[in-house]
Structures are given as C-alpha cells and as structure tokens.
Design a protein around this ligand. Structure first.
Ligand code: DX5
Ligand code: ZN
Length: 224
C-alpha cells in the first residue's frame, strides 16, 4: 500500500520578523514544523506557546510542534490544546512515563510524538512507542538548522518502518535534520513518512517548488 510522504518545512529557517507571511509561503506543505528550544535541553532558544498560537491562527497548514525542552510534561499539553496536529517531545527529556504524556496529548486533541536524538537507541522505547502516533528520528543533533544529515541514523528509520509494517507499532516515522533534495531519497528508501526540511525549503528561491521537488523525490524513493 503506497504511503503519501508528508513534507514539513521548518520555521526555524524562516524570517522570524515575518512568521505569518513565512507560514503562508509554504501553503502547499503538509505540516508546518515548529521548533521549540529552551536553551537548556539544547543550546539554543527559539519561541514558545504564545508565538505558536499566533502562527497557528494564520497558518494554512497544521502545526507539527517539536519540543526540544526540559520538563515536556509541563509544557507539551498546552501546544495540543492550542490546536497543534502533532506534538513531539524528546524521550531523553521525559522524567516520568512518556505514555502518560502521550495520553494527555491525545486527550487534548493532537497526535503524540516521541523524538530520539541521533545517539539514542530505539529498542528501549519499543514498548513506550505503542502509546504514540509519531516517531521523530533526529538525523542531526538537535539545536540548529543547516547541519549535515547523519546517515548513521537510518537503521533506526528502517527498524521503525519494519515494526510498523508488521503491525507491531502504528507510527508515522518522521526524519528531521539535513533533509534536502539528495538526502530525502535515502530517508524515503529507509521508510520515513514525514520529512522535515528547514534550510532546503526556506533557503530556496521558490519554497513551493522546493516542496514539490522534495515530495516527488520521496514518493519515487519510498519502498513498495
Ligand atoms: C534542529 C531542528 C530542525 C531544523 C532542521 O534541531 O529540529 O527541525 O529546523 O533544519 P534543516 O532542515 O536546515 O537541517
Ligand atoms: Zn525539528
């Protein structure tokens, strides 16, 4: 059964002084990726809930919130309540049972996502992931846009795809970091469903054309 690749431009590479217009520029994307960084979990600081709400109010596409923050239990449900389509927290940042947080996110109306840094193994989270809807495999170290894709993360994508195809998990597999016209092919071949692209979309002269090209390459490269 062919899967439809979802392209999620990351606002991290947009012009922060014009976020509303920047959201409009990617109206033909599937999700708009919103990177929340707290200067603690990652060494960078971006935006939080009030800015998300302002973008959500004008965005033509649903928001995909990626929380690179400590204490996600405290903050994540607010993004779901504000109307995000998907809210992803980092496994490394959770202090309690991530399944309880996933239940809170679903109850607030969003999909629940779990993110893994490049060095975090998938296997310890297989049980926990039964309670989640998306798995975000970081393909760079979280914190900054414009970094190079780490191909060594692809075995995690392949394994998650296999577990989903065999019915052990029900997940959208998302890749984030260094995704561009070349690397998207490898990520799609490995079985990713959702492709975050910051600099490859907002750094392009024509973001709509960049989104279409990424989608076409991912569609052609997806297995089976
Ligand atoms: C990095 C962020 C990414 C970032 C990707 O920590 O999670 O979403 O925006 O940017 P690119 O596509 O430029 O690597
Ligand atoms: Zn991200």
């Amino acid at each position: 059964m062919p899967r439809r690749p979802l392209i999620a431009p990351s606002l991290l590479s947009a012009d922060f002084a014009r976020l509303g217009e920047e959201a409009q520029r990617v109206a033909d994307a599937d999700w708009l990726h919103f990177d929340v960084m707290d200067a603690h979990f990652v060494p960078n600081l971006t935006f939080g809930l009030p800015v998300m709400q302002a973008v959500q109010a004008v965005s033509p596409v649903p928001l995909d919130c990626h929380l690179m923050i400590e204490a996600p239990e405290r903050w994540a449900p607010g993004y779901a309540e504000a109307g995000a389509r998907n809210v992803t927290v980092h496994a490394e940042a959770c202090t309690g049972d991530p399944r309880a947080l996933a239940r809170d996110l679903r109850a607030a109306g969003s999909l629940a996502g779990l993110a893994l840094k490049p060095g975090t193994d998938l296997d310890p989270y297989l049980d926990v992931l039964r309670g989640f809807d998306t798995l975000l495999v970081m393909t760079v170290e979280p914190g900054f846009g414009g970094q190079s894709f780490i191909a060594g993360t692809l075995p995690k994508v392949r394994r998650a795809r296999e577990l989903t195809d065999t019915g052990h998990l029900t997940l959208l597999v998302e890749v984030d970091g260094g995704i561009n016209a070349e690397t998207i092919e490898q990520a799609a071949e490995a079985g990713a469903d959702v492709f975050v692209a910051g600099s490859a979309v907002y750094g392009a002269d024509d973001p709509a054309r960049a989104i279409a090209a990424l989608r076409a390459t991912a569609t052609a490269a997806q297995p089976g």
